[in-house]
Each structure stands twice: as structure tokens, then as C-alpha cells.
Design a protein around this ligand. Structure first.
Ligand code: ADA
Length: 565
């Protein structure tokens, strides 16, 4: 399923995970829009690179299964993530399409006859003018239905969105609710809305949902005397929203919330009013067996290692992550910086503006309630050093703030003292690699001193704001050891990270430090051919999660900082 818990007790839901028919464009015969024959099957969710012979396939493929519809109900298909573009056909008719591997999307289809229907999904992971965010890059764009798929049976009026924002007022918690109802039928529908939190039930009144339209209910639950969510005590509460037609509950939506508040105060980052320091990793969704379609057990293993290393923080570089990963971070009490999908993308790509807006909007829409997400990010290492680039940063940052003003906003820059956008964000974040892309470990402390001195000037735009070192690190090839401690040896990686962590983890002007990166990851073949193994080799563990020498260096430094936190 899409989450680590049940999202519905009333709405009928079934998983469509399992074996689907599969055929690639190369294997197809005939010129029809959809294949008539499927030569093999594939596991959903997964990526097609797991199939022998398709390890580097970049193209289109078709997936087919059967799905049930019920009379008097509309069918809602929810895709956790399709990489990177999916087009859905029901009985040969196109019903929905979505670009970007990293955000969920849905198709609602009414009027289907009772019984089984053919469901086909065309998937495309090609690069080109149609794709501004997925491109040749320092991570891999896989192909496939990479996250779970569910089929739901909707009553005429149903809950389409459930957002809950915790606030702390005079020592008590309150929860601002925003509930959006949708109506697929051709008649207006009047329904009552009820929510349950902890042991209490709250009647939020009635709403009439227009035919084919929406209605919203806003309400605030006040004086909540419930335990908070924190990194040390990540208490989650189940929030149930129910839709009633007379006495009957006709629809529901379940989520989990954490009572916590994140704020910036001067140069500090506060969680529930207390200053926190973030120490952790940048993590790609990548694995040699699963591609970007990691099973939950593999995600949980990664997080167990992150915690073993003494970390409390993960940056979802450079895109929104699987909802189940965020659920695990909620459960384990890990802080998350989640960012919409962009790594060094050119702003003049034909589809950039609409695709980055969609990724940003969908990230907030689907992940708004996650207590683990403390920071929204965007536009990693894009053009923040020109006036046109500033305009694009202002546009995306304003969109982020308009969608959610409860979390601080940042972007990770590699422009250093040339950056023109630091006035636009709440937190200033620098990617810098002294000791790797130039210099030696001895240059790490002076480089930070120089950067912070500039940042403290009025000209920087970032004066007086919290600062995160959002990326730093060095490459180390697993098993490559040499007393010369040259680049790529595990020993040199230890030297760089030991010095970085010595300087960054205790620096009074920093609120966070994230190592680049947790595990080695695959990159696209055309990208930076200098990368050994066509991989980004800066992981503390290799792609199979085997610890490099640097693991113990990081663990010692992080645990020492945690003890002193
Ligand atoms: C940049 C980028 C990362 C990765 C890193 C590196 O900071 O944000 O995605 O490419 O460089 O390994 O050089």
C-alpha cells in the first residue's frame, strides 16, 4: 500500500501491486496506440532496469493489469510514483497522465460498468525538451511503476484532501484542519463531516458539494492536551476524518499527525520552542537491486544505519520521497528537509516553469501533514547568481510559502559569495566541498570562516539567518585503500570528513550539517564521465550499504556531537 498504515477503514481499497503484463517499445509489434501482445510480466512496484537486458533501457514501455469497478461508485487509481511519465488508459481510453517520478498522482473515473476493466499504463523515462527535471544528471532516472498502486471505490462525495496544521498557543496544542470534499456525481451532495483525534470526536458540520465540484471545511481543534512530536519522542496521533450521509459513514480518510511546531528565531532553528541542531545525510532513493523502488525494509535499513551513525536528519536530495520513507521518519523521529525536484536544472528548459511548479505543489499537497518534514527546499544548485535566476527562485519560493507558511524555506546553493538569492529564504544553505573539488582538509576551516564572514555582511542578503552546511564530503571507492591517502582512497575520504565534522558539527553559527552522501548511487551514463563506475562514490556506505572506513569516523564524530547536543 501507499503508506505504512491503513488510510481507509470505510472506503474500499485494494492494492494493485503484483505481476503486470509488460512490453517495451522495442519488443512491440504493430502500430496501434496500445500493444496487443505483452511478451512478459514485471513486478509492480519495481523498475525495469531490474530485468536482465534492460539495465540501461531509456525509452517507453507498457504495463497492463485488470481492475475492478463497482456500480454506483467511481474508481480512483492512486500511483505512488511512476518514473518518469505515466499515461493511464482504461479500456483503451486515456484517463490521466503525470510527469515526474517523485510525487503521487491519481485518476478518478466514473461511469464504469460493474466488473473488471483493462488498465494500461504507458511509461516513458526518456530525456529531451519534454522533461526539464529528469535529465542527464548525477543520479539516475529509472523507468517503471516504481511506487505502490491502489484502486479505490468512491462514493458520490468523498474526502479529497485532509490537511492538519499544529500550533502551540499558551502551552496547549491546537490543530487547524482543512478538509476538501469532492463530488463526481451529477447531483449536489449534502454531507456531514466528523473527525476523531485521540479519544475525542468532533462534529464539523455539514457541507453541500456541487455536482462535479468541491467544497472545503475549515475548523480548529483547540486545547489539545496530547503529547508532542519531537526527535526524541516522536509521538504520532491518528486523525480520522469521516463523511456521513445521515447516520451512515460513506467515506473516510485516515492520517497520522505529530503535534510539533518548527520556527526560525534569529540564527536558530526551533522545534517546539527549543533550539535544535541537525546532523545527518543527503540520501538518494537508489539501490543496485531496486533502483529507486526500494522496498520498505530497505528504507528502514537505511534509517537504522543513519541512526546508528548518531544522526537525526535526512535531506531528500533532490526530490520528494516515497511516502512510506517519510512515514518511517515520522515514526523514528528523524528530521527531514524535503525538496521539490531539481538538481542543477537550466531555467530555459521549455517545460521548466510548469514542471517545477507541479513538483512543488504536489510535494506540499501530499506531504503537508508529515511532522518529520521541518524544512521545505527547492532548486538545488540552480542559477541563483543572476537576475533571471533570481526571478525563478523568487517564483518557486513564493509558491512554496503560499502552499505552506508553517515551515521555513531554503535552497542549497553552490554559488557561495556570488549568490543573489539569500534574502529570499528563511535558512541559508551551502553546498561546498573544500578538500575534494580543490584544496585540502586544512582548507576546510578557513573556507568556512571566509564564507561566514561574507554572509555576515549586509551585501549577502543572508545576514542573521540560520545556516546549514547542506552538502560536503569526498569520494571513497569501497575497498580502495592505499597509504598514499590519495583522492578516491577510503583513507582520504576519512581525512576530509573527519575535518569537516570536527569544524561543522560544533560551529556556533551552524544549525545543521548534512554529509554528501549516505550511500553511493548510480548516475546517468552521459554525466560526468570522470565518475568512477558511473557512480557517485561519496557514500559513507557503498551502494550495497557496506560500510567504508569513513563509517566509524562519522559515527564517532556524530555521536560525540549528539552527546554534546
Ligand atoms: C552537488 C550536487 C549533488 C552531487 C554533489 C557531488 O553538490 O548537489 O547532487 O552532485 O555535488 O557529488 O559533487
Amino acid at each position: 500500500m501507499l503508506r505504512t498504515f491503513r488510510e481507509h477503514e470505510v472506503r474500499p481499497v485494494e492494492s494493485l501491486d503484483g505481476r503486470w503484463d509488460f512490453v517495451t517499445a522495442e519488443e512491440r509489434t504493430g502500430r496501434a496506440k496500445l500493444p496487443r501482445r505483452y511478451g512478459r510480466s514485471i513486478q509492480v512496484p519495481s523498475v525495469w532496469e531490474m530485468l536482465p537486458g534492460l539495465e540501461a533501457y531509456r525509452g517507453r514501455a507498457w504495463f497492463r493489469t485488470r481492475v475492478r469497478a463497482k456500480s454506483g461508485r467511481a474508481l480512483r487509481l492512486v500511483f505512488g510514483g511512476v518514473s518518469h511519465t505515466g499515461t493511464v488508459y482504461l479500456n483503451g481510453q486515456p484517463v490521466a497522465s503525470h510527469y515526474d517520478a517523485f510525487t503521487p498522482w491519481q485518476a478518478v473515473v466514473a461511469g464504469l460498468a460493474e466488473g473488471e476493466h483493462e488498465l494500461v499504463v504507458e511509461v516513458d523515462n526518456t530525456f529531451g525538451p519534454h522533461s526539464a527535471l529528469h535529465k542527464e544528471n548525477d543520479y539516475y532516472t529509472y523507468g517503471g511503476i516504481a511506487r505502490p498502486v491502489v484502486a479505490e471505490q468512491l462514493s458520490e462525495a468523498y474526502i479529497d484532501l485532509l490537511h492538519a496544521r499544529p500550533r502551540r498557543l499558551r502551552g496547549r496544542w491546537q490543530l487547524d484542519l482543512r478538509i476538501r470534499l469532492a463530488n463526481w456525481s451529477d447531483q449536489p451532495q449534502r454531507r456531514r463531516v466528523r473527525v476523531q483525534l485521540a479519544e475525542a470526536t468532533h462534529d464539523l458540520g455539514e457541507a453541500t458539494v456541487p455536482a462535479g465540484g468541491h467544497a472545503e471545511i475549515a475548523a480548529t481543534l483547540k486545547g489539545l492536551d496530547l503529547p508532542a512530536w519531537s526527535l526524541d519522542a516522536p509521538v504520532l496521533h491518528t486523525l480520522r476524518a469521516q463523511l456521513l450521509d445521515g447516520p451512515a459513514i460513506v467515506d473516510d480518510q485516515i492520517d497520522r499527525i505529530g503535534l510539533r511546531e518548527v520556527k526560525v528565531l534569529g540564527r536558530k532553528l526551533l522545534l517546539n520552542g527549543q533550539p535544535i541542531r541537525l546532523r545527518g545525510y543527503n540520501r538518494h532513493e537508489d539501490h543496485p537491486q531496486f533502483g529507486c523502488a526500494l522496498p520498505v525494509a530497505a528504507m528502514a535499513h537505511d534509517l537504522e544505519l543513519v541512526r546508528d551513525l548518531g544522526c537525526n536528519f535526512v535531506r531528500t536530495c533532490h526530490y520528494p520521497n516515497d511516502q512510506r520513507f517519510l512515514d518511517l521518519c515520522d515514526e523514528l523521529g528523524l528530521a527531514v528537509w524535503e525538496e521539490s525536484h531539481a538538481r542543477g536544472v537550466p531555467f530555459d528548459a521549455p517545460r521548466f516553469r510548469d514542471q517545477i511548479a507541479d513538483s512543488t505543489r504536489e510535494m506540499v499537497q501530499w506531504h503537508y501533514n508529515r511532522p518529520c518534514i521541518l524544512i521545505w527546499g527547492c532548486l538545488n544548485e540552480c542559477d541563483s547568481a543572476s537576475q533571471p535566476g533570481r526571478e525563478e527562485h523568487r517564483r518557486v519560493i513564493e509558491l512554496l510559502r503560499s502552499l505552506d507558511d508553517s515551515r521555513p524555506v531554503t535552497f542549497a546553493t553552490n554559488k557561495g559569495t556570488k549568490d543573489l538569492c539569500l534574502d529570499l529564504v528563511d535558512i541559508v544553505s551551502f553546498n561546498c566541498y573544500p578538500g575534494w573539488y580543490g584544496g585540502a582538509p586544512a582548507d576546510i576551516e578557513p573556507a568556512l570562516r571566509e564564507l561566514l564572514a561574507w554572509l555576515g555582511s549586509d551585501a549577502s542578503g543572508g545576514k542573521g539567518k540560520p545556516v546549514i552546511l547542506s552538502e560536503f564530503g569526498a569520494g571513497g571507492l569501497y575497498g580502495h585503500r592505499h597509504p598514499n591517502r590519495a583522492h578516491w582512497t577510503e583513507q582520504y575520504q576519512c581525512d576530509v570528513l573527519d575535518e569537516c565534522l570536527r569544524v561543522y558539527l560544533h560551529h556556533r553559527d551552524l544549525v545543521g550539517a548534512a554529509i554528501w552522501q549516505f550511500a553511493d548511487c548510480r548516475i546517468t551514463d552521459g554525466h560526468w564521465k570522470t565518475r568512477p563506475r558511473t557512480m557517485n562514490n561519496k557514500g559513507t556506505v557503498d551502494e550495497y550499504r557496506r560500510p567504508k572506513l569513513v563509517y566509524e569516523v562519522v559515527r564517532r564524530r556524530m555521536r560525540e556531537a549528539a552527546g554534546g547536543a
